[in-house]
Design a protein around this ligand. Structure first.
Ligand code: GLU
Length: 449
């Protein structure tokens, strides 16, 4: 990194003390930008990086609510409106006890580049709360969502800021949030939230989109080495929305997902994960993965186990981390490399540590960063906004075809950009530069704001 870039990065780290995930995300992007900053001095002259790393607006608010026993509880709500050069702030809400301002800033920063890569008119933002929906009743989740929206609604709008789901926020939460927005504003403003139910303004394929999209991206990337999913053995970490639909698409492409996981353990099922059973446990019963092995004779449950370690005992061709940030470290990457894995594709946001990425790349493994590979979710959110704006509803086939085209085009633009900047096959560099250029050019055109 040049001294100008590294002193800029130092400044970002200093001004955002105590936010390690945001530091990690900023370091990763800065690590790719040297050639583009050197080739185009206009970006430095207009202080594009200084502006890009400073959110346009950061909201932190109190969320009081009453639990089923009548006790008043207090959580913290966040929305970071990071960059709106390309369109309204767009990005999900995460409800998880680990959520801090730093988490939301890392996710929001990644979202700017991810959304730019889709080629669609969406800026970058992210939000959430340290509220834990696990173990809460529907009524408690509803009261929390209503209180959260009672503060946030004034900052939202279909042309201003459009949240969606992320970890801990699915169709149920989006329903309660949308209901409260509608009640307070007295407007049926469908385009203000995405991930809505298909019966009331949602888009077909939005639920499946992040997982499907990651597999479309992986398929296109594998093809550059003359490979595909047919007959491939695959690890998919996690067992939430992204994991479930990644598994489904791998199976449709002729591969076999032999393991998935949750925060308590790993299920190894050499016959292939039974998706119907997994969905029943996770989506209907909202239960733990251990219940899967109890009902499936071919499966083996490993409490506290590490899913990536399976690459040392059975053949694995592709790994798709779909759980959460920093879930795959250098030791896991070394296990995958020693096991002969061909590709690692990030379905979650930043699931591989920087050290893991270095090991994968040095081992010649194809590596797809989340901001490119998991962009299918937010891309389909933008398609949902399009349908809302035109008061239309597309078929499943049409929406899925649009998703596949978008993922192929993201893949191709990352690959072409990496090639143009002298690093063929480097999808990290390709994604960062392609995303950066689109946002930075819009920022230059809009003046110093
Ligand atoms: N939370 C998802 C992401 O990380 C989706 C965001 C959206 O649909 O706005 O991209």
């Amino acid at each position: 990194m040049t001294s100008v870039l590294s002193s800029l990065l130092d400044d970002v780290l200093r001004r955002n003390a105590g936010e390690p995930e945001f530091h990690q995300a900023a370091r990763e992007v800065f690590g790719s930008l040297e050639p583009v900053i050197a080739a185009h001095p206009r970006y430095a002259e207009a202080a594009v990086l200084e502006r890009l790393t400073e959110p346009e607006r950061q909201l932190i608010f109190r969320v009081p609510w009453t639990d089923d026993s009548g006790r008043v509880r207090v959580n913290r709500g966040f929305r970071v409106e990071f960059n709106s050069a390309l369109g309204p702030y767009k990005g999900g809400l995460r409800f998880h006890p680990s959520v801090t301002l730093g988490t939301v800033k890392f996710l929001g920063f990644e979202q700017i580049f991810k959304n730019a890569l889709t080629g669609l008119p969406i800026g970058g933002g992210k939000g959430g709360s340290d509220f834990d929906p696990k173990g809460k009743s529907d009524a408690e989740v509803m009261r929390f969502c209503q209180s959260f929206m009672t503060e946030l609604y004034r900052h939202l709008g279909e042309h201003t800021d459009v949240p969606a789901g992320d970890i801990g926020v699915g169709g149920r939460e989006i329903g309660y949030l949308f209901g409260q927005y509608k009640r307070i504003t007295n407007r049926y403003e469908s385009g203000v939230l995405t991930g809505k139910g298909v019966g009331w303004g949602g888009s077909l394929v939005r639920t499946e989109a992040t997982g499907y999209g990651a597999v479309f991206f992986a398929q296109r990337m594998l093809a550059t080495r003359g490979r595909d999913f047919d007959g491939a053995r695959v690890l998919v970490s996690g067992s939430g929305n992204v994991a479930i639909y990644a598994i489904e698409k791998v199976h449709q492409f002729g591969g076999t997902v032999v393991a998935c996981s949750d925060s308590s353990g790993v299920v190894y099922d050499p016959e292939g994960i039974d998706l119907e059973l997994l969905r029943q446990i996770k989506e209907v019963e909202r239960g733990r993965l251990s219940a899967y092995a109890e009902r499936r004779p071919s499966a083996d449950y490993r409490a506290g186990g590490d899913i990536w370690a399976l690459a040392s005992e059975t053949r694995i061709d592709v790994a798709i981390p779909c759980a959460t940030q920093n879930e795959l470290d250098a030791a896991a990457a070394a296990t995958l490399a020693a096991g002969g894995v061909a590709a690692v594709v990030e379905g979650a946001n930043m699931p591989c540590t920087p050290e893991a990425v270095a090991v994968l790349v040095q081992s010649g493994i194809l590596f797809a960063p989340g901001k490119a590979a998991n962009a299918g979710g937010v891309a389909t959110s933008a398609l949902e906004m399009q349908q809302n704006a035109s008061r239309d509803a597309w078929t499943f086939e049409y929406a899925e075809q649009r998703l596949a085209e978008i993922m192929n085009s993201i893949h191709d633009s990352c690959a072409a950009t990496a090639e143009e900047y002298g690093a063929p096959g480097d999808y990290v560099l390709g994604a960062n530069i392609a995303g950066f250029v689109r946002v930075a050019d819009a920022m230059l055109a809009l003046g110093v704001i």
